[in-house]
Design a protein around this ligand. Structure first.
Ligand SMILES: *Cc1c(COP(=O)(O)O)cnc(C)c1O
Length: 235
């Protein structure tokens, strides 16, 4: 199947999941997780109507930007971001989805202030409380939001979560529900510079469950581009 056909199939499934949950399909965005796919593949995905692209690696973001790969769609950063690389990301992406620690928040603030820009971000939540994953623990998030007055060049647009690898159909729903509830609780507190409008959760294997639980953005790689060839990236 072509990239365009894959995207059409995903859109159909997104619509179905939204309607089944009593939600408006227009409230859910499709972010193409473009890691390890080249500029041409990215262009095909944008032409087929993805809402945005998400890159994991600074090097790929920089290279594909230079090739104008993202023309016509917003680009987000969704991977682990080292503080020494924030210069290459702040002001260059519409949203940094993967803000997972306080010192990264501080580094983004410093660079955004230097550029005199406002940087939109999501806080990444380690919803499964896994050692191996980055992100704030769910119970840490409100404490982070309370410190936002120290970061005037940052706007929090919502939360991003990568739950544990699913053990079976429906297994991750409790994690998606926990993130949704967290966003509802945060919204009720009406923090300055915080809009809980984006809940980025759901990937190729579990996006229908994520939509059922309130996701507003799914990040899809494999189901759009096919399996990634990890061997090739080490050439
Ligand atoms: C690769 C990646 C995805 C997409 O994963 P698939 O299972 O291939 O759909 C989503 N989010 C992040 C942060 C990723 O790195």
């Amino acid at each position: 199947m072509s990239i365009a056909e894959n995207i059409a199939a995903i859109r159909a499934e997104m619509n179905q999941a939204a309607i089944a949950a009593g939600r408006n399909p227009a409230d859910i965005q499709l972010c193409a997780a473009t890691k390890m796919n080249d500029a041409d593949a990215v262009r095909q995905a944008i032409a087929a109507g993805v809402d945005c692209c998400g890159e994991n690696r600074v090097q790929e973001l920089t290279a594909k930007s230079a090739e104008n790969a993202y023309d016509g769609a917003p680009v987000h950063f969704i991977g682990v971001l080292q503080t020494n690389k924030v210069k290459q990301v702040v002001g260059k992406v519409d949203l940094i989805q993967s803000v997972d620690r306080m010192n990264l928040l501080a580094a983004i603030e410093k660079e955004a202030a230097r550029q005199n820009v406002i940087q939109n971000i999501l806080l990444e939540v380690n919803v499964g409380r896994e050692e191996s994953k980055s992100g704030f623990a769910p119970e840490e998030v409100t404490g982070v939001l309370e410190q936002l007055p120290n970061f005037p060049h940052i706007r929090v647009k919502g939360l991003m979560a990568i739950p544990p690898i699913s053990q079976g159909p429906g297994e991750n729903r409790r994690f998606f529900q926990e993130i949704y509830q967290l966003s509802v609780d945060i919204r009720a507190k009406k923090y300055d510079n915080v809009a809980m409008e984006c809940l980025s959760m759901g990937m190729s294997d579990d996006f229908a469950d994520a939509i059922a639980c309130g996701s507003t953005m799914i990040r899809i790689g494999t189901a759009i581009f096919g399996a990634r060839n990890y061997a090739k990236s080490h050439q």
